[in-house]
Design a protein. Structure first.
Length: 119
């Protein structure tokens, strides 16, 4: 079964850091585009960071540039999102996803992990 499983969320004070992990299983995702998205209460899901598995062609939302970094570990088949200098407005459920090259859409999603930043 092909799946993505996120972990690493939690409660942190403003200014703190968290590292989210997205463990991929069922097949290798090396060479694929992977993305981190988030959805805050009452808001639509939005892209946070995306990149090719090898880190190429990275994209970051303006709101997280300079604070968040997407990376991967081939040996662990895992994608990470390092989040520094967290702000209360970063509070959301964070999801990782894999891009389907054929459709051009992110169509494989994890279950999400909650990140809460207190002021």
């Amino acid at each position: 079964q092909v799946q993505l499983v996120e972990s690493g969320g939690g409660l942190v004070q403003a200014g703190g850091s968290l590292r989210l992990s997205c463990a991929a299983s069922g097949r290798t995702f090396v060479g694929y585009y992977m993305g981190w998205f988030r959805q805050a209460p009452g808001k639509e899901r939005a892209s946070v960071a995306t990149a090719r598995w090898d880190g190429g062609n990275p994209y970051y939302a303006d709101s997280v540039k300079g604070r968040f970094t997407i990376s991967s570990d081939n040996a662990k088949n895992t994608v990470f999102l390092q989040m520094n200098s967290l702000k209360p407005e970063d509070t959301a459920v964070y999801y990782c996803a894999a891009l389907n090259d054929a459709s051009g859409e992110y169509d494989l999603w994890g279950q999400g992990t909650q990140v809460t930043v207190s002021s």
